[in-house]
Ligand binder design. Structure first.
Ligand code: ADP
Length: 402
């Protein structure tokens, strides 16, 4: 048994099973208090005595109790009054109170007790086992409550941490993308000088060149052109992150017609067939971004097909049950092994030989970033030799679409 220590620290909420909890016993009779104390001692908790309602109120200001055992009949402030004052304090409004009262208590008194915040009654003469069991239940409850409170606190801290880190990351990302934009922009000037000077060199001196010199000059021009294309694509990729795209309903069918017009040359050259069906609905998107996304996806579907095969591309739409529409782009091409499905969306990631399948490796990065900026998602199903099915999901613009 531990006597009340005036300066004792309020018990902190450590979720340890072995930590003792404090129980306040309030009775004007020292004998009764002693009797209760000897019954509860076995529970091994911290038992604190108060000889009046006033003393109990003073104690609850200083520390936290898991349970209060309160005598009803006390001179001066009785148990009911004490309980109602305990309930008025925010910190103790939910502290369980068990009234200890004589067997002769009337029903009216019992109701009054509950109205004043009692959670239970113990009748005198006290049956030790009943008292111990009841108090034991409240001790367990309090421990569980404390553990939950600790977990909630921990979760809050973790959440705050996560939020802070996400903000820092987003800032770092923006900075990096801004940096990338500047670098890419500035790289174009010397590159243009290189291209211009190679042309000037060829114009003025090529009459004296042999075949090898002509070949070198042509290769310098091609390399410069390729680098320029890469820089331009990098620029549009960085721009995606820096600009806030305006979103509005976009008619998918119209959009796909524009995409096919832009790809007309590639379609004709490969003798490809593009079948578009069930695309009547509208999605919430940015027109320019969506155009870029589908030019890249359908462009790839035409490109990554073995030369001896004619590309057959199918595009269709499917309503999802979350208010989104999924647009599929399927090809009969060379396919992609599942282990590469994640990395092909990264900048400059390419799986295939540049000679056979030209490209910069930025197209799918633009697709993913662009779809993300429009609040959508992108994915694929593919296996080598079995073609690929890319999909993008965008929010439906149609009312009542679930
Ligand atoms: P690029 O087309 O310029 O090479 P992308 O970022 O569009 O770059 O694609 C990255 C890589 O993913 C491609 O180089 C290719 O290896 C693979 N890929 C993309 N689309 C397809 C497809 N439809 N079929 C097979 N491979 C594809």
């Amino acid at each position: 048994m531990v006597e009340e220590q005036p300066q004792e620290k309020i018990a902190t909420a450590e979720p340890r099973d072995d930590e003792r909890v404090s129980i306040l016993m309030v009775d004007d009779s020292p004998d009764k208090l002693l009797a209760i104390e000897s019954i509860l001692e076995k529970l091994g908790q911290d038992l604190v005595k108060a000889y009046s309602g006033h003393e109990a109120l003073r104690l609850i200001l200083k520390r936290e109790f898991a349970l209060i055992l309160l005598d009803v009949n006390m001179p001066g402030m009785d148990g009911f009054e004490t309980a109602s004052l305990i309930r008025q304090r925010q910190q103790t409004e939910n502290t369980p109170i068990i009234f200890v009262t004589a067997l002769s208590t009337t029903d009216a008194d019992v109701f009054k007790g509950y109205a004043f915040g009692a959670v239970d009654y113990i009748l005198t003469p006290i049956v030790p086992d009943i008292l111990r069991t009841k108090v034991g239940v409240f001790v367990d409850l309090w421990r569980q409550k404390r553990a939950l409170r600790d977990q909630a606190k921990e979760l809050r801290t973790l959440n705050e941490d996560l939020g802070r880190r996400a903000t820092q990351l987003a800032e770092a990302n923006r900075e990096l993308e801004g940096f990338c934009y500047t670098v890419a922009h500035d790289l174009r000037a010397p590159l243009r000088a290189m291209e211009g000077l190679t042309c000037a060199l060829a114009d003025e001196y090529s009459q004296n060149w042999d075949a090898t010199a002509h070949d070198y000059a042509a290769r310098i021009r091609l390399a410069a052109e390729r680098m320029d294309r890469m820089i331009q694509e990098l620029l549009s990729y960085s721009r995606l992150a820096l600009l806030e795209p305006e979103l509005a309903p976009v008619e998918v069918e119209k959009l796909l017609n524009e995409v096919l017009q832009s790809l007309e040359w590639d379609i004709r050259e490969r003798g490809a067939v593009v079948k578009v069906k069930r695309v009547k609905d509208r999605v919430i998107a940015n027109h320019t971004l969506a155009l870029q996304v589908f030019i890249n996806l359908i462009g790839n579907a035409l490109k990554f097909v073995a030369l001896e095969n004619k590309p057959v591309v199918k595009v269709w739409m499917e309503a999802r049950n979350n208010g989104f529409l999924r647009i599929w782009v399927e090809d009969n091409g060379i396919g992609i092994a599942p282990e590469h499905h994640g990395r092909i969306f990264r900048v400059f990631e390419r799986l295939h030989d540049r000679e056979a399948y030209p490209g910069t490796g930025i197209g799918l990065a633009i697709v993913q970033k662009g779809i993300g900026r429009m609040g959508g998602a992108v994915g694929l199903e593919s296996e080598p030799g079995k073609g690929s099915r890319f999909w993008v999901e965008l929010k439906s613009a149609e009312e009542g679409q679930t």
